[in-house]
Design a protein around this ligand. Structure first.
Ligand code: GLY
Length: 349
């Protein structure tokens, strides 16, 4: 299990690139609701600003027309949630989402109007497409002649570990059939008062059909929090996560008495039962119960979980991988890539 029940605060997130983001958010740990929201917002913003992370924020890859758009959400409870999708001119979707949650009666704003809302609330308008992402898109256009269905058929996120540069989007030379991946930072925080909060930020599927929105900004899909029960976040192929309302489902299993391990496993199993898996598909979920126990499960190898708590900074494999034999990279591809790493606590070194 990623973590046994404990009243101590903790912070967990999807993929090894979440580790420095969680560390940044951890510095906001405090006693009140604002502090736990600060933790989530700061962590997601840290990942957004990291140009090396090619699936979130400024390092993310654009849609098939070369336009970048970002999705995100933040949640404390079913009646305390905000999200934005198809944000084109602001870098931090979770920060704008928090403003949606705090200053409107709504839970989701999209597109131009989400950008206008961010303008009105004083968020800086800026370019969110990096020159590297633009170059990657130009190569993709050259390779694929811009087919209008996104590049989904051979993309699968694979996490090379913490000593890599944060890229899930892998060069094709590494594993032949799976040249690329995408994904989300999803974080689950628990504070000293046992309060819970979740957040998600993503640039979505690389080279997606313009207008496509995945699971991350949608309540119950990319994230869900039930105070007094638990919370969950999902990552991977957004359409499959949305199809089973994965984060809602995971917390519903918890609400009905399942353990965190069973909740995570059964959620991923539901995806597996619902869809005919294609090589690019991956879904993973992290589940935390209100006692602080944490588990994670994935359809396939290649997903990792980052965790930060007092005295612990670590990246771990999920407890359960439904198809461990499925889609492993050839040895030649793994050589030279980082293995799962325990990253030292900077405060201890
Ligand atoms: N899981 C992120 C997305 O599919 O957009």
């Amino acid at each position: 299990m990623i973590r046994s029940a404990s009243n101590a605060p903790c912070f967990v997130g999807t993929w090894s690139f979440a580790l420095p983001a969680l560390e940044a958010g951890w510095s906001c740990l405090g006693e009140d609701e604002l502090a736990i929201l600060d933790m989530v917002e700061r962590a997601c913003a840290h990942a957004d600003a990291n140009p090396a992370v090619d699936s979130v924020g400024f390092g993310g890859l654009p849609d098939s027309s070369g336009v970048m758009s970002l999705d995100g959400a933040i949640m404390l409870a079913p009646d305390r949630v905000g999200g934005v999708c198809d944000l084109r001119h602001h870098l931090h979707p979770v920060s704008v989402s928090r403003r949606v949650m705090d200053s409107t009666e709504h839970s989701l704003l999209c597109g131009e109007n989400a950008d206008r809302f961010a303008d009105r609330h004083g968020f800086e308008r800026r370019s969110i497409l990096s020159s590297e992402a633009r170059t990657a898109w130009e190569s993709w256009v050259d390779d694929r002649h811009g087919r209008d269905r996104g590049a989904t058929q051979d993309l699968r996120p694979v996490d090379p570990g913490t000593s890599s540069d944060g890229r899930l989007f892998r060069p094709s030379s590494l594993d032949g059939a799976a040249p690329a991946g995408h994904d989300t930072i999803g974080v689950l925080a628990r504070d000293r008062g046992q309060r819970m909060a979740a957040g998600c930020s993503t640039s979505g599927l690389p080279f997606k059909v313009p207008g496509r929105v995945g699971d991350s900004p949608i309540v119950g899909h990319g994230l869900y929090v039930v105070p007094g029960v638990g919370q969950a976040t999902a990552t991977g192929t957004g359409e499959m996560i949305s199809g089973v309302c994965a984060s809602f489902l995971a917390t519903e299993f918890l609400r009905r008495g399942a353990s965190v391990v069973d909740s995570a496993t059964e959620t991923v199993r539901r995806v597996d039962e619902t869809y005919e898996l294609e090589p690019h598909h991956q879904v993973a979920v992290i589940v935390m119960d209100c006692d602080g126990a944490i588990s994670a499960a994935a359809l396939r190898p290649g997903f990792r979980v980052a965790i930060v708590e007092d005295g612990r900074r670590e990246v771990l494999d999920p407890d359960v991988v439904l198809h461990p034999e499925d889609g492993m990279l050839p040895e030649s591809a793994i050589e030279g890539l980082a293995k799962p790493t325990n990253t030292p606590n900077p405060e201890e070194s």
